[in-house]
Design a protein around this ligand. Sequence first.
Ligand code: BTN
Length: 239
Amino acid sequence: LNYFVFSGRFMKLIFLEEVDSTNEYLKRVEFCHGLCVVAEKQTGGKGRRGKKWISEKGKGLYVSFMFSPISYQIASLSSLAFGVAVLNVLKTLDKRFYLKWPNDIYINGKKISGILPELLSDRLIIGIGINLNYTRDELSSLEVPATSLFAEKIPFDKHSILDKLILEVENYYELLKKKAFNVKEFEKNCPLIGKEVSVIEEHKQFNGIALGIDTNGCLVVEVEGKIRRLFSGNVSIRL
Ligand code: BTN
């Protein structure tokens, strides 16, 4: 990775052999806008809602991007926009990838990639993990059924994935800045929409029909005839 030439326009890259978490690393640096950090291994990889993210050496892509200053508008839709960015990259390898609101990427009913956005005053950190070389066994103990490109027998090149990812992330950041990101782009790649879903929100569970995603990025669910808008932070969804 040290000799990696990439096509990004404004990102600056830092490669690390090992780090606690690429998100935490970016919280510690002073200068920030357009910084991207990639690690071979994380000793404290973090997932959403306080979970761990499996981060063994060379088995995944562990990368975080920093944008600053950032407006509330960009921050609120960033989960969805960067989810589409990652999806576009993976779709160049196989068309069967899809999104699960708010920002997971799935194939064959199993999760292959997740995004951890963190907003600290006006800094936005977008952490992206993609499972590359894990075997089914190595992923079998995770809470959510998970998979990797290797386990799905999808050939890939790590450098090319990272190169495309940087470009896509730059593109979607520009779209967000111009207020030109359309949530429909997410919706049409999210098979959850139109289906009955089970929602766990702050330890309470309820069933409803996922109607769509509103312009703020909330999932709109009909529950017993009433409309509820779910924010991504504390919700877990099952089909
Ligand atoms: C999730 O789906 O729960 C989000 C997973 C995010 C994982 C990535 S790996 C790079 C970055 N650093 C972290 O500690 N987490 C994110």
